[in-house]
Design a protein around this ligand. Sequence first.
Ligand code: ADP
Ligand code: TPW
Ligand code: MG
Length: 571
Amino acid sequence: MPNETKSRITDGFHLVVDALKLNGIDTIFGVAGIPITDLARLAQAEGLRYIGFRHEQSAGNAAAIAGYLTRKPGICLTVSAPGFLNGMVALANATTNGFPMIQISGSSDRAIVDLQQGDYEELDQMNAAKPYTKASFRVSKPEDIGTGVARAIHAAVSGRPGGVYLDLTSEVLGATLDADAAAQSMVRVVERAPRNIPDPESIKRALDLLASAERPLIILGKGAAYAQADDAIRSFVEKTGIPYLPMSMAKGLLPDNHKQSAAAARSLVLAQADVVMLIGARLNWLLAQGKGPRWSSTTQFVQVDISPTEIDSNRAIAAPVVADIGSAMAAFLAMLKPGQIQPKHAWLDAIAERKQHNTERMAAQLSASPNPMNFSSALRAIRDVLASKPDIYVVNEGANTLDFGRDIIDMHQPRKRLDSGTWGVMGIGMGYSIGAAVVSGKPVVAIEGDSAFGFSGMEIETICRYQLPIVVVVFNNGGIYRGDDVNHSGGDDPAPTILMKSARYDKLIEAFDGTGHHVTDPQTLTRALTAALASGKPALINCVIDPTAGTESGHLQNLNPQTQVGKGKRN
Ligand code: ADP
Ligand code: TPW
Ligand code: MG
């Protein structure tokens, strides 16, 4: 066929790739299969980076965290029905956390699906996705691909970011059309996340309230980290002198050793602050819904958030500032008068005193060297190795592994700590690690509970296949929370929370030519982690932790209903 004729025809596959490229998308995370195999191939051939996973949930988690880190929607590509559903957990998690992500899935023949006539991988995916996403679209004509991709990008990134589903039928992918008409149908998104300028009145109201406070507090959430307004946030905190508390993924927005950090006096400041300024943080379960006994009923709130419906959702907000955080912080800095806000000395002194008390208590725990290791002694070793490497990403999931990790590992740069987030979900570990390593080119240390690791563990093959600089540290305490529970029936099966204590997770990675380490003391852990990071190659450290060291549900015991009668009762 003469080239002339060929070049005038294009098809759905090409249009999807063209639309993504036109909008600055350079990476796709996915699992190949019918009907999107050729889409993945073509994307790679056309210069997009395609990262192939072992399970769609991890591909989705990688896309979600890529979205969080870059403010561009992370793309996850899945096959129909089961692949789509596997990815949906990650898409729903992205929506819950406010991470911009688009899951693109191929789907089966519409006519057969709608009459439920039994197609291969039959599922009404667009409608199934709706409750878990900000928006769910289906493209049924190839000339609509450009519009579909543009709408998905807008929905994912504007306002509070979140997950979007884009359904591409097999017919659309394979459909051919005239290349000129196709080019005309492409849409380049001009503004992905338009600024949302605050009402100057709302800024004044908030500053007045903060100026009237005796015991003010700022809480920084992951929305503040996402906003990438790092300098303005730091400047506002420092100019006002207000003590601040970082939520877990906002750690590092200001370095954890900053003198205004009240993290080591958390209970005191939540209970006693009279005015609290929330910047990109929700009053959800992670902040006890803003209610007693952790909070005072008289606390007044400033809330800076892009989502107007977040305001008043749990506590009445005296001074809402509905805006994007970059614009809001610029407005605050412009309107703030020198000396206008001055926390009382008594408040700063009380915080300093409590910080010192708690830090000394923690130092005693950290300096102990129990055998076998506990969470503190193992994390101290990791903390010390990471102290001189502030640009390393830390991924963290588990129960005790998460709670101790959050408290012990200091962060020094914004957006370097990636964890279980708003749902407290297990399974983000390898996906987040891969996503972060791929978009940043930087090393990642994933600190994983042994149970948590299992949810995405097979992705160590992906890590090795792409030779990513990821070191996985598995805190092997032989179980969910603890490794010493017993079967109350007296039978031979292990108890529900038990995993294999003798498991050698390090040998798993050796199957893929990665480096495994088995460590039982902090000195060896220090050496193994240092060597693994120096190599820049995939490694897994099986880190043996005392099975009796953890507590049920980590720090969430208040959320865990327990039977008080009969056989299931814990001793
Ligand atoms: P954390 O878990 O750290 O407390 P949340 O995820 O609960 O944080 O809250 C983040 C908040 O930040 C959400 O309410 C979201 O609407 C808001 N947010 C996200 N991005 C922005 C932004 N660019 N500007 C303003 N608010 C934002
Ligand atoms: C998708 C419930 C919360 S924490 C956890 C589970 C299973 C594992 C804790 O054990 P781990 O940590 O990781 O070994 P450690 O240090 O305390 O021993 N399924 C999903 N998400 C959640 N949160 C659960 C189950 C859970
Ligand atoms: Mg465990």
